[in-house]
Design a protein around this ligand. Structure first.
Ligand code: ZN
Length: 131
């Protein structure tokens, strides 16, 4: 059983931010920033690509509502919503989860870097839309 399924089953303790029949939101142990939270479906999917559209839609609705609560209650100035998908993208637990990372300052402990990567945009679009 995966570690998040064990948390959902109650076999591993967690700090619950939100819970309903289908969804669990818990504090991330790293607390990269104060309030860093993981929102996950209770049903196991390795990653969000495997989720049916309606279940993913429901997960994002819950994420929206939990993020608003966190940002408001902790007086954050913004947030990043992040879904790492597969190891290549930094997914460390293979149970779909959405990171809510509250942001308090541009100089906090979070760093995303989007380096310029020269690509022919038409070529990229053709690849995406060829089927
Ligand atoms: Zn799982």
């Amino acid at each position: 059983m995966c570690v998040f399924c064990s948390i959902i089953e109650g076999n591993i303790p967690s700090k619950k931010v939100y819970e309903d029949e289908d969804t669990l939101a818990i504090l991330d142990l790293s607390q990269t920033t104060e309030g860093h939270t993981l929102v996950m479906p209770k049903k196991h999917y390795d990653n969000f690509l495997e989720m049916p559209d309606d279940e993913f839609g429901a997960l994002m609705e819950k994420t929206h509502s939990v993020a608003k609560k966190i940002i408001h209650s902790l007086d954050a100035k913004g947030c990043n919503i992040l879904i790492n998908t597969n190891e290549v993208a930094g997914q460390s637990v293979m149970h779909t989860h959405v990171h809510i990372i509250p942001r308090y300052s541009e100089n906090d402990t979070v760093c995303f870097s989007f380096k310029e990567n020269q690509k022919d945009l038409d070529e990229v679009l053709n690849k995406i839309n060829r089927n």
